[in-house]
Write a protein that binds this ligand. Structure first.
Ligand SMILES: *Cc1c(COP(=O)(O)O)cnc(C)c1O
Length: 382
């Protein structure tokens, strides 16, 4: 049998593909970080990040993956014994809970079925019952399930209380609309290996005036991730920044600014619509109760081994999707349409999935998913 060339298609929700222009940017000469030449580049990155966060607050660069910014948000706001609400509807909501516990907080957990989303009313009731809650920890796009939470509506409630609204927008930023200032979000965190199209290694965090008051009263012990140190040095850095990654970030935000954030959101919306139409045409069922534009999660059909299909696609075919995590292992397939992806990445992914499902015994008519995706793209005129 002939052997085909194997190319890699990274269709997972982080890390996402990196455009060659960005990779090359990182290959530039490493310069010293305490120089005007470097600070000029960092300023471009920081100003662009503010544009993407939709905020007038500073955005701080942390040398870590996204979780580092989550930990920063908890460590700088809560003291042991403080009250906090965490929304858990998947692996990343769970992470807020675990970090809170690691800092001596026993959080009030809104424990939802994975795939579900929190109703703003639930948060309202909890805040009324617990007026001493200091912070509400939420997730814009719960990447383990593909569901988005109604962040804007929750923030509307939290705004009128003493609590601060903290959002993990690590995968959601750029794929889902998010307006830090207009929505009254107090702390927003993200990581650059998702919508920013960058290699992993930078997390970003921004803080509102309301949140600074909480941070200023914080007595929890932390050192490297002390936001006060970052604020004091801004727009410089307290420690050595990841210089070459910051070159890439400066380039990434320029690309995004040039395109316009509304266009970036809309582009993700169209890719998500096409993917959802495709998998449904193939006879698959969506897993998320409120599917967003970061990724599409589908239930693995009865009688098919989800783990085997993903391994086959990745190792033999070069097409990497993400599988389910924890109890969803083998039960769902997560198809990302995030960051540097084109409509043909969607079509490659869908056609690979059709062929793999057929190979593994699921009765799908080849081309139905591809056709449905193509039709969405044609209808959208893209
Ligand atoms: C990817 C992701 C994280 C974790 O980020 P790391 O960069 O792996 O630390 C946290 N939350 C969400 C919603 C994510 O998608």
């Amino acid at each position: 049998m002939a052997k085909m060339i194997r190319k890699n298609y990274l269709l997972a929700p982080g890390p996402t593909p990196v455009p060659i222009d960005l990779l090359l940017e990182g290959a530039k000469d490493t310069i010293h970080h305490r120089t005007p030449q470097y600070l000029e580049i960092q300023k471009v990155a920081l100003d662009g990040a503010k544009y993407i966060f939709r905020t007038e607050n500073p955005v701080f660069i942390l040398s870590s993956s996204g979780t580092g910014a989550m930990e920063t948000a908890v460590a700088n706001t809560l003291n042991p014994g403080d009250k906090a609400i965490v929304v858990v509807a998947g692996k990343f909501g769970e992470r807020w809970m675990e970090i809170a516990k690691a800092y001596g907080i026993d959080p009030i957990v809104v424990d939802l079925e994975w795939g579900d989303y929190v109703k703003p009313e639930t948060i309202k009731e909890l805040l009324e019952k617990n007026p001493d809650v200091k912070a509400v920890f939420t997730t814009l796009s719960e990447t383990s399930t593909g569901t988005v939470h109604p962040i804007k509506e929750i923030a509307e409630i939290v705004k009128d209380t003493n609590a601060i609204m903290v959002v993990d927008a690590i995968s959601g930023m750029l794929a889902q609309p998010l307006e830090m200032d207009a929505w009254n979000l107090d702390i927003v965190v993200t990581g650059v290996q998702k919508g920013f199209m960058m290699p992993p290694g930078i997390a970003l965090i921004s803080v509102s005036d309301k949140a600074w008051k909480v941070i200023d009263e914080n007595k929890n012990y932390h050192y490297y991730f002390d936001l006060k140190a970052y604020k004091k040095k801004y727009p410089d850095s307290p420690y050595t920044p990841p210089v070459n990654l910051v070159y890439q970030l400066a380039k990434s935000v320029q690309m995004i600014e040039e395109e316009g954030i509304e266009n970036v959101w809309e582009r993700h919306r169209i890719m998500a619509d096409a993917t959802r139409a495709a998998v449904q045409a193939m006879g698959l069922e969506l897993f998320a109760k409120n599917p967003g534009n970061v990724l599409t999660s589908v239930k693995v059909p009865e009688g098919v081994d989800g783990g085997k299909i993903l391994k086959y696609l990745r190792d033999e075919e070069g097409v990497t999707f993400a599988g389910g995590q924890n109890h969803l292992k083998g039960k769902i397939i997560r198809i990302a349409h995030l960051g540097y992806m084109s409509k043909y990445d969607v079509i490659v992914g869908i056609s690979a999935l059709e062929m793999a499902l057929k190979k593994f015994g699921f009765d799908v008519e080849l081309g139905v998913g591809v056709k449905a995706a193509q039709e969405v793209f044609m209808k959208e005129g893209v």
